[in-house]
Design a protein around this ligand. Structure first.
Ligand code: SAM
Length: 229
């Protein structure tokens, strides 16, 4: 897997579980600001982070692929981080196109909690693009949208995926109006939440597909179909 220090830093900030006990100790002693700016960049092994990230993403693929048929589908990824999952999906299926919505900045101090205002972000879209291309995803197979530019994709999606992003760090409502435009009858969405029951008000079908007890919040991963308009 092609990876460099800047990309490994973002991956570490996006995936808290890759922060090993030594790094956690440094974070505790020197604070989150110092950790985010220096430690996460210079105290890491990009190769090791790359390998661990790949194996995390393979696990995620094993979970979601049991419930989704990706072939010839338009896939929307929300808060996809570096898009390791999308690379694995692409290697195993013939996707129509990925649309990716992310934010294009790194918060000064990564907090990993519920972010009421949805200000927290840890991504750089130019690096996502080079990571995807250098790892074999063709330019014409994906499109990246900056959430804050307010220009979001304008087409229907078969599949929407948001792992540890939508309704895990920020409220589902941020995307509700947009979803009402891009969902079609058989569209499916998978995301992580601590309030699975709430979504029975919004969708015709809500199924829990896995439980994540080791994460910051004890969340469930759910798959929903049939958005109520
Ligand atoms: C915890 S990371 C998860 C990344 C990736 N899904 C994964 O599983 O490795 C959450 C991601 O959500 C992104 N994010 C925050 N607000 C967002 C928004 N409104 N729309 C899209 N992405 C957002 C952050 O920049 C960050 O990359």
């Amino acid at each position: 897997m092609f990876i460099n220090r800047e990309i490994a830093q973002l991956i570490l900030l996006q995936r808290n579980e890759l922060t090993n006990p030594t790094l956690q100790k440094i974070r505790k002693i020197f604070g989150r600001r110092f950790f985010t700016k220096f430690v996460s960049k210079y105290f890491i092994s990009p190769k090791l982070i790359g390998n661990e990230y790949l194996s995390l993403m393979k696990n995620e693929y094993d979970i979601v692929s049991k419930f989704l048929d990706f072939d010839k589908k338009n896939v929307l990824s929300i808060g996809s981080g570096l898009c390791g999952l999308e690379l694995i999906i692409d290697r195993n299926h013939s996707i129509k196109k990925f649309s990716i919505i992310e934010k294009n900045y790194v918060s000064k101090k990564v907090v990993y909690g519920w972010d009421n205002k949805n200000y927290e972000a840890y991504n750089k879209l130019s690096l996502v693009e080079s990571f995807l291309i250098n790892n074999g995803l063709k330019k014409e197979k994906f499109e990246i949208f900056d959430f804050d530019s307010k220009k979001l994709p304008d087409k229907d999606f078969d599949i929407i995926i948001s792992l540890y992003s939508l309704d895990y760090h920020y409220n589902f409502d941020v995307y509700l109006d947009f979803f009402k435009k891009v969902f079609k009858k058989n569209s499916k969405i998978i995301f992580d939440t601590i309030r699975a029951d709430y979504f029975t008000n919004l969708f015709d079908s809500v199924k829990i597909i896995s439980s994540n007890e080791n994460t910051v919040h004890k969340s469930k991963r759910i798959i929903c179909e049939g958005i109520k308009l």
